[in-house]
Design a protein around this ligand. Structure first.
Ligand code: ADQ
Length: 732
């Protein structure tokens, strides 16, 4: 069987299976994801893996087989059958009683339960097993939502070069909330298995990258996280709706009939619409209370306005949802008890799913849409309401705590906790002129039309493909045996050869302490260097950020050049001399007291005082503390040094204060690279990029980065071992 190219994975399949009177039934699952995927061009077979909505306890083996066959044949879906217990602990438990409340800032109702967590891990593994059956290293896999946060990591370990994308449909909370979850590390590591992580808005991207840095200690810049030998990209992809479907629906006869029905029933009364899944994050009780305040404050609207609430049942087995339903019903009864008259019921409440025609008719007929979530990843109802308003007017009242607010700023923006503010917004909406309403609607419609749900999915898939291309480009730089042979050949032909080799991280693996004993070169390395020096055609420079004394004690006996403190000190023929006349005392005296204070306040931090620079090492500081301290120290140093001749550099688990006119690039230029006919230059961190840049145009220069991040070097190798193996081929 040929392997499919594109695999979508979500907790629920776009098809739901149920059993009625012993017969299996298939219905489209609610939600826009199926539409979003329907016209995506994937250039091969598309498979959708997920749960069909019925537990395996309810099915016989032959029924399972029949479901599997039908779903595969008619819908391109692969079912994963969850047991009743898994549904209870994984879905209702960890997904909806831990992650959902916490990520929506309801920390007081989040449950932390080991059984839930064990089940979450088990089901993510189960999904991984099924995905693995259909995926290979060339597959594009798009995983959806908070139920499957471990899946990217599990898959990455098995199918290492597949393109894996993940989209989170709910908010990613700020770190202060996220840190409350005991399994935060595992969840982040799971997510980081992806190449591309999509969120609705930039705030969530920032919350995520901050959480990664603070929890795991990995650097993240502009949404790019350096994770092992990969780069993971996090970006905003605001989801949208099928604009065409909603905007054209109002002209369909069935919808028109529904609108007429509503007109005949409600006459001139103003209709305020509230549509949601019944969920505490949607602010339904806030909405009711604000409506009550509106009625209190505006007697002239009594009998003239109706709040129509339709809430679709959701997660009905979870306790918090049962409580919410009860509270809503009590509040509706209270308001209707206070205000209803013989011919007026102020709140009409329906606890049911509305078929599409009825829903669109409600959008079209309503004068106001009242959308008041206390947190919402995006909120599609707001967009659907705006899209439906083609032949009619209406006002959108929208909570500032939804992701949708970024794209719909023309709405009347409210804070759902401000009861009086929401009541005032209702009043304002009801008194707005048609012209004002139209002008706001047009601006919002234009925006949603341009970025509809198809654009959303296409954009995500394009970016996912780009991430893979970037990864492949990185891999393309890896030194293969063919490259190695070419480099050796150039070496053999050359008459005057230059070797510029960085030390820590290039010739010797990083050690946890800057102390010199631990970082001492092993005998095998000294032998390799010595062998290079034995050839009179070779000149060897060892470049390091370390002080002179360390390099002297390690390499003092060899006939090579030593460069200490990133180029500040140069030693040849037994003499050290400074490469610049910058007055080191002036900036060191500014930086030292600040760096000392931070070192004292930060357990695990070490201060290194070199003659030209001061280095603050935070490799052994816990990630969360390092994040906070490093940012503050960086800020304080930049401020203190603004008129000095020194700068602050952000290196590999270090902050370093050093002179602006000393870098490895300037150094290499002073060596006069044009006088050689073979150059071999290797390094691993940001300071080495200056060297690579300075000789980038020289075709006989081989520049190599140790590690797989972004680089200006021509080649990359994965580890110190690889560079040493390469060096050993010279002269052998
Ligand atoms: P939801 O929390 O389900 O989605 P939302 O984005 O508003 O919230 O989508 C609800 C969908 O259900 C809409 O398409 C709406 O038409 C439909 N719906 C709601 N009530 C209905 C009713 N009574 N009858 C019929 N249909 C009804 C999650 C996140 C959101 C995010 C989406 C998409 O919580 O923040 O916008 O995923 O990523």
């Amino acid at each position: 069987m040929p392997q499919p190219t594109f695999i979508v994975v979500s907790n629920r399949l776009p098809v739901t299976v149920s059993k009625k009177d012993g017969k299996l039934e298939y219905h489209a699952s609610p939600g826009g994801l199926a539409t979003a995927m329907s016209s995506v061009e994937v250039g091969g077979e598309m498979l959708w893996i997920g749960w069909p909505g019925i537990t395996s306890d309810e099915l016989t083996t032959s029924e399972k087989r029949s479901i599997t066959n039908k779903l595969r044949k008619d819908y391109g879906c692969i079912p994963i059958f969850l047991t009743k217990e898994q549904n209870l602990n994984f879905y209702e438990g960890f997904s909806n009683e831990t992650i959902w409340p916490l990520f929506h800032y309801f920390q007081e109702i989040a449950e932390y339960n080991d059984t839930y967590w064990e089940s979450y891990k088990e089901v993510n593994q189960l999904f991984a097993k099924t995905v693995q059956k259909y995926a290979d290293n060339n597959s594009v896999i798009w995983i959806h939502d908070y139920h499957l946060m471990l899946l990217p990591g599990i898959l990455r370990a098995k199918i290492t070069t597949a393109s894996i994308g993940f989209f989170l449909h709910i908010p990613f909370p700020s770190f202060e909330i996220f840190r409350l979850i005991p399994q935060r590390k595992e969840l982040l590591e799971g997510l980081l298995g992806a190449d591309l992580l999509g969120f609705h808005i930039y705030d969530y991207v920032k919350h995520f990258t901050t959480s990664v840095t603070r929890t795991l200690g990995h650097k993240a810049k502009h949404g790019l996280v350096a994770y092992g030998d990969r780069q993971v990209r996090a970006d905003a992809f605001p989801i949208s709706i099928d604009y065409e479907k909603f905007s054209s629906a109002v002209n369909q006869p069935e919808v028109k009939k529904e609108i007429e029905l509503l007109d005949s029933y409600y006459g001139d009364r103003k209709l305020i619409l509230s549509v949601d899944r019944l969920d505490y994050s949607k602010g339904i009780t806030h909405r009711l209370e604000a409506f009550e305040t509106f009625l209190d404050n505006n007697p002239k609207y009594h009998n003239k306005v109706v709040l129509m609430m339709v809430a679709v049942p959701s997660r009905t087995e979870v306790e918090a949802y049962k409580d919410l339903r009860e509270k809503i019903e009590q509040t509706v009864s209270r308001i209707n008890g206070r205000y209803a008259s013989v011919d007026w019921v102020p709140v009409v409440y329906q606890f049911q799913n509305q078929p599409f025609d009825k829903l669109v008719a409600l959008y079209a007929r309503s004068d106001v849409a009242l959308v008041t979530p206390v947190r919402d990843g995006m909120n599609l109802v707001a967009k659907e309401y705006v899209a439906t308003k083609q032949n009619s007017t209406g006002v959108l009242i929208l909570s500032e705590l939804t992701g949708a607010i970024d794209e719909l700023p023309e709405a009347l923006v409210i804070n759902p906790n401000d009861r009086n503010g929401v009541a005032a917004a209702i009043r304002k909406a009801l008194s707005m002129t048609k012209k004002q309403q139209k002008s706001k609607l047009i601006s919002m419609q234009q925006r949603i039309k341009r970025f509809n749900v198809l654009q959303w999915s296409e954009d995500f898939i394009e970016q996912l493909t780009n991430s893979k291309n970037a990864r492949d480009a990185h891999r393309a730089k890896l030194v293969r045996s063919k490259d190695s042979e070419e480099i050796t050949e150039q070496y053999q032909k050359a008459e005057k050869r230059l070797f510029v080799l960085d030390y820590d991280g290039t010739l010797k693996e990083f050690v946890s302490s800057p102390r010199i004993n631990q970082a001492r070169p092993p005998r095998s390395l000294l032998n390799t260097i010595k062998k290079l020096c034995d050839d009179p055609k070779n000149e060897v420079y060892i470049v390091s950020g370390r002080p002179r004394s360390a390099l002297d004690s390690w390499f003092g006996d060899l006939p090579i050049w030593l460069i200490a403190e990133h180029g500040y000190w140069i030693k040849h023929n037994g003499e050290w001399h400074a490469s610049t006349s910058t007055d080191t005392d002036s900036y060191k005296s500014l930086a030292m007291p600040i760096m000392q204070t931070y070192t004292e306040r930060t357990p695990g931090a070490v201060l290194e005082d070199k003659s030209s620079s001061i280095v603050w090492h935070y490799r052994n500081v816990s990630s969360e503390l390092a994040y906070a301290r490093k940012r503050n120290l960086h800020h304080d140093l930049v401020h203190a040094l603004k008129n000095s001749e020194a700068n602050v550099y952000d290196g590999n688990k270090i902050l370093e204060v050093k002179p602006v006119d000393v870098n490895k690039g300037i150094l290499i230029e002073s060596i006069e690279p044009e006088t050689y006919d073979f150059i071999f230059c290797a390094g691993d961190d940001y300071t080495d990029e200056d060297m690579f840049r300075s000789i980038a145009d020289i075709d006989y220069a081989t520049t190599i980065k140790v590690g797989l991040g972004e680089t200006l070097a021509k080649y990359q190798v994965k580890s110190v071992k690889d560079i040493l193996n390469l060096l050993r081929t010279f002269g052998s």
